[in-house]
Design a binder for this molecule. Structure first.
Ligand code: GDP
Ligand code: MG
Length: 721
């Protein structure tokens, strides 16, 4: 007999961890709310007849956020079949908030089992939960488990199965004060719900005035009027709105329940709380964050990077691979153009970004450790506190922080942002933080041009700063205004990182990087090589002296003057910036291919030496920041198509990014040369001062008046649907 089990619970209660244990699948476990926006399905590894649905994390069964809507639709059977049983995953270290949802789940009249997850943590804290009493008061089995340590999982599934076989539907948890129970009973009579299996669900929803549930009941006009009248009467009697009445009653019940069942073993703070006192401290949080991220980039790019990169680029790729393949191909009398395509094109072009894999892998591992111990969710929390001061939504940072691997999942993740204006803004800036591809550009320049350890962290923090600047500027325009959604987030307890998790997450990210090198990057590299070896008159140039008037260089030379004010008005940098739109690694690839052209070809044809010959530290910084903030890669633009879904907004995003990136790079180069390279103050400096003044004006000008009157609250939007 096949069985469908839905995993429902608060964000961060461990649903995805449990789902992975049960199914053997490798879903991304994120340490923050809203990582799972869509439901995921998988089969029990011990019995393929049992199917699991991993629902997005929710705090309540209202329908304000996309997560709530998805979870609700599944549990009410609006998305295919109704699950046979709910496993309500409860974070046992935080049962108060978690049971609040259990109350609502139990109203659905489905069989239900409560999985008290993270029980290992409860024991470690020296706490105790009275399981029997909890079962008695919740009218359903309660199974303590640890998804992380794979404890008691089989018992949990057996219990769930048994519930279904016994046809044992959950009874609503929660007793409310008699006046409220009476009122709910009256709603039941009005809507003929006395014997309905979801009686408690619908009567609560009638009091809450939940549009969705109301339309499900298809009441007659007369009934609707009676319901409205009754609600008004009850609201008057309780001196609160319907929703508030129910919320209070639920909280009161849960508070009682917890007081009777949870015995705290510790007087004072847990270790996690002690760590958080320092790490999320108002004064220390940001310095610690800066220190940690700087250390990570320093270790990855400088310590590992320096020696390894030089060896990989100069010895492994240039001497060992390229020279041997060339000798071998020449020996086999392969056509010279083909040898050049393979050696100077593909190997140099694909090899150049792959040469930075050691750094990038180190970066992935270190970020995965920070994520797994639970620090990343603190970063989201800390940044939220600061960014909210600028009117930016706290939820925005989760997608952006995810961007440190690749911005595309970050852009998808913005679906959790209910406020449409905030969501658009977040999508537009999601790629400002360096992703793995951009890290290869940073690594190239850190090694070749700007031999200072703080260059890589500088790029990272510039990305965050760019997000704030953009947020502050655009929030003052009508199209982006609106109150930020309040952001509640559970901070999971810190735990020792699991080697398995770290390997998995670093492996996935590295694999994506390598696969991209073998596909998109390879194709673009081949195209670039041909463009570099064919003249504008359509002749296949003699590649030994090509470069003079190839299609590629002609294009580059025509466009390059545009970038002269940014310090990189040469054709190679121009071509690299444009080609980088295909995939940002291609910026590095372009340097790799074009190092085989011109003077360097004889002496030291590597991406590193080419970059060193083309840039000064100041123009190098301007170039890196330009490529970091400018038009993202095509994969991101494709994500814009599905997420912004409007040509007008996509065009706006692309134009804004190009103008913003240009302006910032312009400021860096113009002020940088005057301050650090001894260039005298000139006309360009004056222009830069004007741009800076404009930027400051956009940042500090007061928000135009009409904004405050009608900020569109997400609640309001939700109610009209
Ligand atoms: P979801 O948001 O409900 O999908 O929760 P996740 O599966 O992403 O888990 C949130 C965090 O809790 C992760 O850092 C997990 O490693 C951690 N976690 C999950 N289950 C357990 C457990 O049984 N014990 C402990 N100590 N931590 C857990
Ligand atoms: Mg999840």
């Amino acid at each position: 007999m096949s069985l469908t089990i839905a995993l429902a619970g608060n964000p961060n209660s461990g649903k995805t961890t449990l789902f992975n244990v049960l199914t053997g699948l490798k879903q991304y476990v994120g340490n923050w709310a809203g990582v799972t926006v869509e439901k995921k399905e998988g089969f029990y590894r011990n019995n393929k007849d049992i199917k699991f649905i991993d629902l997005p994390g929710i705090y309540s069964m209202s329908s304000y956020s996309p997560e709530e809507v998805i979870a609700r639709d599944v549990l009410l059977g609006k998305k295919g079949e109704i699950p046979d049983v709910i496993i309500n995953v409860v974070d046992a270290t935080n049962i108060e908030r978690n049971l609040y949802l259990s109350l609502q789940l139990s109203e659905l009249g489905l069989p239900m089992v409560i999985a008290l997850n993270m029980y290992d943590q409860v024991e470690k804290n020296g706490d105790a939960i009275d399981i029997r009493e909890l079962e008695r008061r919740c009218h359903c089995p309660v199974v303590p488990i640890s998804a992380l340590h794979n404890r008691n999982i089989k018992e949990l599934i057996d219990t769930a199965e048994l519930r279904v076989h016994q046809n044992n539907n959950a009874l609503p948890i929660g007793e409310y004060p008699p006046e409220l129970e009476d009122a709910l009973e009256k709603f039941a009579q009005l809507a003929k719900l006395e014997n309905h299996p979801k009686k408690r669900w619908y009567t609560s929803k009638l009091l809450e005035n939940d549009r969705q549930a109301l339309s499900d009941l298809s009441l007659s006009a007369k009934q609707k009027e009676a319901v409205l009248e009754l609600r008004e009467k009850v609201e008057e009697a309780f001196d609160d709105d319907g929703e508030g009445i129910i919320i209070n009653a639920r909280y009161d019940y849960v508070t009682d329940l917890v007081a009777d069942t949870y015995k705290s073993g510790i007087v004072g703070l847990t270790t996690s709380q002690k760590i958080d006192k320092v790490v999320t401290n108002r004064v220390l949080a940001i310095p610690i964050f800066i220190l940690l991220m700087s250390a990570i980039y320093y270790i990855a790019i400088s310590v590992v990077g320096g020696p390894v990169t030089d060896w990989v680029n100069e010895v492994l790729i240039a001497e060992i691979i390229q020279d041997n393949v060339r000798t071998w191909m020449e020996g086999a009398r392969v056509a010279p153009w083909l040898t050049s395509l393979v050696v100077d094109g593909i190997i140099a072009g694909v090899g150049a970004p792959l040469g930075f894999l050691p750094q990038i892998l180190t970066l992935f591992v270190l970020l995965a450790v920070l994520e797994d111990i639970g620090y990343m969710s603190r970063i989201a929390f800390i940044l939220d506190r600061i960014f909210r001061r600028f009117g930016l939504s706290g939820k925005s940072f989760i997608p952006i922080l995810l961007g440190t691997g690749c911005a595309v999942p970050g852009i998808m993740g913005t679906r959790t942002i209910a406020n449409e204006n905030d969501r658009r803004l977040t999508i537009m800036v999601a790629h400002f933080l360096p992703c793995s591809a951009k890290s290869s550009i940073i690594a190239l320049f850190a090694g070749a041009v700007l031999a200072t350890w703080w260059f890589a962290p500088l790029a990272y923090f510039s990305g965050i700063l760019a997000v704030v600047i953009t947020g502050v500027i655009l929030k003052k325009f009508k199209a982006f205004r609106g109150e930020s959604t309040p952001f509640v987030m559970e901070l999971p307890s810190y735990h020792v990182p699991l080697v398995k998790n770290i390997i998995r997450s670093s492996f996935d990210r590295t694999k994506a990087f390598v696969v991209k090198a073998g596909t998109v990057i390879m194709l673009v590299v081949v195209a670039l090589w041909f463009l570099q070896n064919i003249t504008i008159t359509g002749q296949f140039a003699d590649f030994s002296e090509s470069g003079a008037d190839s299609i590629l260089s002609s294009f580059g030379k025509a466009v390059a003057p545009l970038f002269a004010p940014l310090g990189f008005g040469n054709w190679i940098a121009t071509v690299a910036s444009f080609a980088g739109i295909a995939a940002k690694e291609v910026v590095v690839s372009t340097m790799g291919i074009l190092s085989g052209v011109g003077e360097l070809a004889e002496t030291d044809p590597t991406a590193l030496s080419l970059a060193a010959s083309l840039f000064t530290p100041v123009s190098g910084l301007a170039f890196v920041i330009f490529n970091q903030l400018n038009t993202p890669c095509v994969a991101c633009i494709a994500a814009y198509k599905s997420e912004l879904a409007d040509k007008k907004w996509i065009s706006f995003a692309l134009v804004y990014q190009a103008v913003f990136a240009y302006a910032i790079s312009f400021l860096i180069f113009q002020f940088g040369t005057v301050l650090f390279e001894g260039t005298p103050f000139n006309m360009w400096t004056a222009l830069a001062l004007a741009v800076l003044a404009l930027l400051i004006f956009l940042l500090v000008r007061p928000t135009p008046k009409d904004s405050t009157q009608h900020a569109s609250l997400p609640e309001e939007e939700a109610l009209v649907m």
